[in-house]
Design a protein around this ligand. Structure first.
Ligand SMILES: NC(=O)C1=CN([C@@H]2O[C@H](COP(=O)(O)OP(=O)(O)OC[C@H]3O[C@@H](n4cnc5c(N)ncnc54)[C@H](O)[C@@H]3O)[C@@H](O)[C@H]2O)[C@@H](O)CC1
Ligand SMILES: Nc1ncnc2c1ncn2[C@@H]1O[C@H](COP(=O)(O)OP(=O)(O)OP(=O)(O)O)[C@@H](O)[C@H]1O
Length: 520
């Protein structure tokens, strides 16, 4: 896997103007600094057993558990009856908690694994010094730059101006992921969210929230996807002719799915692809065709989760993806495993067997993947999620070190994907505003935020280089999602789940860019 780097060793330019190399530029080992919240610091190892409650560290991974199964089962039998497990158990095990006993067992399995993991504290600056793209390297001015991306709310705005986000995702199995991504887009401040999903998912999604406009674009049942798809490939005794007829029927449904999604393209500012989509080959094929169409429209994309599974298997799909009038190109938001899969796909290694390397990924890895995915002329920006988020395009990069939550519950990546979609559009608006400076600036100076920000040293006086605006959009989304996660964690601790983070998006946005304006 590391030999992958060698192939791209000549394409790593200095990431930024005025970049001051530091030791951590080349190695993203998590800092060892403690969090500063004394009672949350991990207790010495000898104090941890016999509680088996995991310390929630920044290196916790979702659902990492089974290596310690025997130990966990012992813990379960010891502590069942003495532990109350009313609030959410940690990690994927929580999904098993139909009854009290199962919930405790699942939590114990995860706890045992976490017990072996080391902890690391957060760093104080939200964006690593020396890695910012602004001329001024102070963290305050980095936040100021992100604030510039957040559009003012005026009385003259029209519905839709702040963002019309499409989302291709959700399936019979996963209805939470598109919900979290879509709602994040709205809660951050996007105006409209269209979800394209399975018929089987659309009912639940509409019931979760009437704010989401949900269009069913295929039937999981008739396509044999999801639950029914489990039977696919089994010998069913049907003849070749019957199988060929079934194949044709499915081909037709795939074509219909494409036809149902693509007419929405002209009204969308961005399409988020992947959360909860599933990896059924027919759905992957339909998604591939939809991406090909999106390319002809130069529709800005955010690709996450199962969308990345497709990209890892067909990395050529994003080659030379154009920047349209709205710019943006493609943003991919992999977690560590998804990033390792992208690397595998690009090198022709097995995608399914990819695992993250023992040493942490570096910004050079991220730049290499961004460049390789985009090909000669494509604009692909990668946001690698992790202990710190590394954002890079083919030549520049930055790292967001804003402290996040120590809970790794499902759905936080979906929230980032939806947030990124809106920030991507906002960065386009900000560029327009920057180009037509005067009038909009005057309107902005009416806002209560201006004075406050200036006092705290967070206002940015520098212009955003248009080439960097997607990086800033990704950094902004990362900062917002991580800050909201941290706030939700401070409030809910071990019971923090994705909806708690959604609830904190608004307050974080308000803090960054207060909405009160003086009436003319
Ligand atoms: N409530 C829902 O509906 C949710 C649905 N989700 C969807 O579930 C589907 C499958 O996603 P998965 O993430 O499970 O699939 P993956 O195959 O990408 O991940 C499989 C497993 O890898 C492990 N893993 C994840 N991140 C890791 C890391 N950084 N380092 C080491 N191991 C790691 C976890 O155990 C995870 O369960 C996607 O469509 C996704 O969008 C998730 O978004 C979570 C929430
Ligand atoms: N160790 C960590 N410490 C703090 N924040 C983290 C850590 N790892 C990831 N994050 C943040 O959590 C969010 C989700 O990242 P994660 O890697 O869990 O995504 P994911 O696996 O795609 O999520 P999902 O459950 O939606 O599929 C991102 O905003 C990321 O910055």
């Amino acid at each position: 896997m590391r030999s992958f780097l060698g192939r791209f060793s000549n394409i790593f330019p200095h990431p930024i103007r005025l970049h001051h190399p530091t030791a951590s530029d080349t190695h993203l080992e998590p800092p060892s600094k403690a969090t500063g919240v004394p009672w949350l610091m991990p207790p010495p190892p000898f104090l941890r057993p016999p509680t088996f409650l995991p310390a929630l560290s920044h290196s916790t991974k979702r659902g990492v558990s089974l290596r310690f199964l025997p130990l966990a089962i012992t813990a379960f039998t010891t502590f069942f009856g003495s532990m109350s497990c009313k609030s959410g158990s940690s990690g994927r095990g929580a999904a098993l908690s139909d009854g009290r006993g199962q919930g405790v067992a699942a939590a114990s399995i995860h706890n045992a694994a976490s017990y072996s993991q080391s902890d690391a504290g957060g760093s104080s600056s939200p964006i690593a010094p020396g890695r910012a793209l602004c001329l001024n390297h102070s963290a305050g001015s980095d936040i100021g730059t992100i604030k510039r991306l957040i559009p003012a709310l005026t009385h003259t705005a029209r519905k839709g101006q702040m963002g019309r986000v499409g989302l291709l995702g959700g399936s019979a199995d996963f209805t939470g992921a598109p919900f979290y991504a879509g709602m994040a887009g709205l809660k951050v401040g996007g105006d409209l969210c269209y979800i394209f999903t399975a018929e089987e998912a659309s009912g639940p999604l509409k019931a979760y929230s009437p704010e989401l406009m949900v269009t069913p674009v295929y039937s999981a049942k008739s396509l044999g996807v999801g639950f029914a798809g489990d039977l696919e490939g089994e010998e069913d005794g049907s003849s070749d002719a019957a199988r060929s007829a079934e194949h044709k029927a499915k081909e037709k449904q795939v074509a219909r799915m494409v036809q149902r999604v693509t007419p929405f393209f002209p009204k969308l500012h961005v399409l988020v692809v992947g959360p909860g989509l599933g990896r059924d080959p027919w759905i992957m094929e339909a998604t591939r065709r939809i991406l090909v169409e999106a390319k002809t429209h130069a529709l800005p994309l955010v690709i996450d989760a199962d969308g990345l599974w497709l990209v890892a298997h067909s990395p050529e799909i994003l080659q030379d993806y154009p920047e349209g009038d709205d710019g943006g190109g493609v943003v991919v938001t992999p977690n560590l495993i998804e990033f390792a899969r992208l690397q595998a796909g690009l090198t022709g290694a097995s995608v399914a067997e990819a695992t993250p390397p023992a040493v942490p990924f570096q910004h050079t890895d991220v730049i290499a993947v961004a460049k390789a995915l985009g090909g000669k002329a494509g604009r692909v920006t990668v946001c690698l999620k992790g202990r710190e988020d590394i954002v890079a395009d083919r030549e520049r990069w930055l790292v967001v070190t804003e402290e996040g939550a120590r809970r790794r519950s499902g759905g936080l990546g979906d929230i980032l994907a939806g947030t990124t979609g809106v920030l991507l559009h906002w960065s386009h608006l900000a560029m327009q505003e920057q180009a037509h400076g005067g009038a909009v600036k005057a309107e902005r100076s009416e806002r209560g935020s201006e004075g406050k920000g200036a006092q705290s040293g967070e206002e940015s006086t520098c212009q955003i280089d248009p080439r960097d605006r997607v990086l800033w959009a990704c950094a902004g989304a990362s900062l917002i999602a991580r800050r909201a996660s941290r706030r939700a964690f401070e409030e809910h601790r071990r019971s923090m789940t994705a909806p708690d983070v959604l609830a904190h998006l608004g307050p974080v946005l308000e803090e960054l860019s207060p909405t009160d304006i003086k009436e003319p």
